[in-house]
Design a protein. Structure first.
Length: 497
């Protein structure tokens, strides 16, 4: 009876071994010996995709900013925010009196310059000297007026930029006081972060507009200075009493004609811009001018101040449903990203990715507490009415993709200072081989040499220990660890594909 009781567990154990061998899942032995089993995979033709992740907020793309080019009073505003407009539709008009007068003056000045050039080529006279003297006085007045206008323009622009910077600084202070960090979803941090982003963009926009306005005013000073110098040179040449005008004087007059022609062209553009028309169909996002308002020229729109104190455009039109998103990458990754690369964008609340393309990578870094980051802009392909401005979005920029190459599971590759290796499973035994690897992602690694398609590779090694039946406690199976990291809890497994 005792012998039968001792043999019974052995018989049961034998049955388990037979069943396990049939399915290739467990390998068991009697006694204290350890059985090593493996989890394996197969080298296949696959695709390896490498990407860089960033995040940001959706903003309308395809924005069109419309402004009156010349100063004057607004006589009509035909649209309001939220209205859909078509190509060529008249949006607003300006009293043309001022711009028309400017054009008339520019054309008269050009005619005078052309007459001077013609006279210079044919010789001097007393009336020419008197006319040239008058031109000197007129040119000097124009130059002094331009200098004064430059000083005023710089002062106004400096004030606008300072106000925008102050608003941005206040937004940063508010976010810091609320204990917010980038990406913090705890209220009121999302609102604080949106305010910081909006005020930063307004500050940068004000700085760009201010620089452009200053440059335009400086350009007018330079042009008037040249015109004054040319007028004095013309007068000096005529007063010299020379019966024939030198080739140098002719060159001066030709230069003056070119300058005056540019002024006429600009004045004609201002006349055309006195009627704002939609360059393309879209949705009116903002209207910043009103009937009767006196606006300045030079592309400053209504020169009205928004919440941040920066100048705004007269009318802004956007393309509905078309968006872009701007995020940032570190200085270690910026050189991996280039304009034209594909991207996948997932907006908050959505599980579907929208294809996009990188359209801009900042040349200069933005520094935050000494940490450099580079803004990257991705424009989404096509339009989607489900998206809304301001939505947060995650972006995956595809920086490299290889298709139809030999790949193995990434966990099968072991890399040390000496190089990379993969363990093949040949005739039931592991066989390490050196390999040359290419691109890799979280799932697959490209193999350039050492492994061919169809080879079986070891992903994990599992050690199973079976105690001796002599202990009287039966048999237990303890899972070992993965060769590539991780481990099983509970029973061991045989190799699987």
């Amino acid at each position: 009876m005792r012998r039968r009781l001792l043999r019974k567990p052995f018989i049961i154990g034998g049955v388990v071994v037979v069943v396990a061998a049939g399915v290739g899942t467990f390998l068991l032995t009697r006694g204290d010996a350890a059985t090593v089993s493996y989890r394996t995979g197969v080298a296949t033709l696959g695709t390896v995709t490498q990407s860089v992740s960033l995040s940001g907020n959706l903003a309308p793309d395809g924005e069109t900013d419309l402004d009156f080019e010349g100063a004057g009073k607004v006589t009509a505003v035909n649209v309001q925010p939220g209205q859909t407009v078509t190509t060529g539709e008249v949006l607003a008009t300006q009293d043309p009196t001022t711009v028309d007068a400017t054009l008339t003056q520019a054309q008269a000045t050009l005619s005078s310059a052309e007459a001077n050039l013609s006279q210079a080529k044919s010789g001097a006279s007393a009336s020419n000297v008197a006319q040239a003297a008058g031109q000197v006085s007129s040119s000097e007045v124009s130059y002094q007026t331009a200098v004064t206008a430059l000083a005023d323009t710089r002062a106004v622009n400096a004030q606008i930029v300072a106000q925008a910077n102050a608003a941005y600084t206040t937004a940063l202070a508010t976010a810091a006081a609320d204990g917010c960090t980038p990406g913090d979803a705890t209220p009121p941090c999302p609102q604080d972060e949106a305010a910081v982003s909006q005020d930063y963009q307004a500050w940068q926009s004000a700085a760009v507009k201010g620089t452009q306005s200053d440059d335009q005013a400086q350009g007018q000073v330079n042009a008037d200075r040249v015109q004054w110098a040319n007028a004095k040179a013309s007068l000096a040449a005529l007063e010299s009493g020379s019966s024939t005008t030198s080739s140098a004087q002719i060159a001066v007059d030709e230069s003056q004609v070119e300058i005056d022609q540019v002024n006429v062209t600009n004045a004609q553009a201002a006349v055309a811009a006195a009627t704002l028309k939609a360059a393309a169909g879209g949705l009116v996002e903002a209207v910043n001018v009103t009937v009767g308002q006196q606006v300045s020229g030079g592309g400053t729109g209504g020169a009205s101040a928004g919440s941040t104190g920066s100048a705004t455009h007269a009318i802004v039109i956007i393309t509905p449903g078309v968006f872009e998103v701007t995020g940032s990458v570190s200085d270690t990754l910026v050189n991996e990203i280039a304009v034209g690369q594909s991207a996948q964008v997932v907006a908050a609340g959505s599980s579907e990715a929208v294809a996009g393309k990188v359209t801009e990578v900042a040349e200069a870094a933005t520094l935050t507490s000494g940490v450099a980051s580079f803004p990257v802009t991705v424009v989404l392909n096509g339009a989607s009415n489900a998206l809304r401005p301001g939505m947060s979005a995650s972006v995956r920029v595809i920086i490299n993709q290889v298709v139809g190459v030999t790949t193995v599971p990434t966990s099968a590759v072991h890399t040390t200072g000496a190089g990379s290796s993969v363990t093949l499973f040949v005739n039931g035994k592991p066989q390490p081989v050196a390999v040359t690897v290419g691109a890799s992602d979280a799932t697959l690694t490209q193999i350039l040499s050492g492994v061919k398609v169809g080879d079986e590779v070891v992903i994990a090694t599992i050690t199973s220990t079976i105690p001796s039946s002599g202990t009287g406690t039966g048999r237990t199976l303890t899972g070992g660890g993965f060769g590539g990291g991780g481990g099983f809890g509970g029973g061991g497994a045989g190799r699987t594909g």
